[in-house]
Design a protein around this ligand. Structure first.
Ligand code: E4P
Length: 224
């Protein structure tokens, strides 16, 4: 399973990249706004900055909601860097734009997916990635992971090549469950990724190894 980081923060992207396990980045207009990145020129430069940190795919979301606007914006985004993936909303116009871009060999990510039917439409249009929002479904008392399972079954039934990019991941258990089900990608906040490192027995075990090593090193040579 690929690990993407779900942020527009260059510091967090660098930190995840330094861990050696990062495969890509997803952003959205809210994440860009959170970093204070506004205005077309700054937004475009920010995407290039992200692409210069990570070697994998970087999702850049269009703001337009009409087909012509999405195509215009998406083409400008795709021209920035070969790793840019044009992120388009799950709407009629968005699906038409996905079909347009897939015909041109431009990578796409269909975002705001909350049902299996929507995921089926995205795959039929030739989306590179489909983004089901697990956490936001959990938030309304609906099992987000069940949707990942449903989409996995449907895509496997027909051999769709669209990759399931589990989004709106909130905690490390979401990542584990995605891996068990067979999601192709999980896009996560840095905190959920780093939480995977933690286990109390690892901490205790390492402390004991180091203490034993120090004790042995302090003993006289004959007693060893
Ligand atoms: C990713 O592509 C989505 O934009 C993101 O995961 C949404 O996450 P949220 O529900 O935490 O805002």
């Amino acid at each position: 399973m690929k690990f993407f980081i779900d942020t527009a923060s260059l510091a967090q992207i660098k930190e995840a990249q330094d861990l050696g396990i990062l495969d890509g980045v997803t952003t959205n207009p809210s994440l860009m706004a959170k970093e204070g990145i506004t205005g077309t020129d700054r937004v475009m430069k920010h995407y290039v900055d992200i692409c210069n940190i990570v070697s994998g795919d970087v999702s850049a979301e269009v703001i337009a909601t009409d087909f012509d606007g999405m195509v215009r914006e998406g083409e400008n985004l795709a021209a920035l860097h070969p790793n840019i993936t044009v992120k388009l909303p799950m709407t009629r116009e968005g699906v038409k734009a996905i079909k347009h871009f897939s015909g041109k060999g431009i990578k796409t990510n269909c975002t705001l997916v909350f049902s299996a039917g929507q995921a089926l439409l995205a795959a039929k249009a030739g989306a590179t990635y489909v983004s089901p929002f697990v956490g936001r479904l959990d938030d309304i008392s609906t099992d987000g992971m069940q949707l990942i399972e449903q989409i996995r079954t449907i895509y496997d039934n027909y051999g769709f090549s669209t990759q399931i990019l589990a989004a709106s991941i909130r905690h490390p258990m979401h990542i584990i469950q995605c891996a068990e089900i067979g999601a192709d990608v999980a896009t996560c906040p840095l905190s959920a990724i780093t939480a995977l490192f933690e286990h109390p027995l690892t901490t205790i075990g390492l402390e004991k190894f180091l203490a034993d090593h120090k004790k042995a090193a302090q003993q006289p040579a004959a007693a060893k």
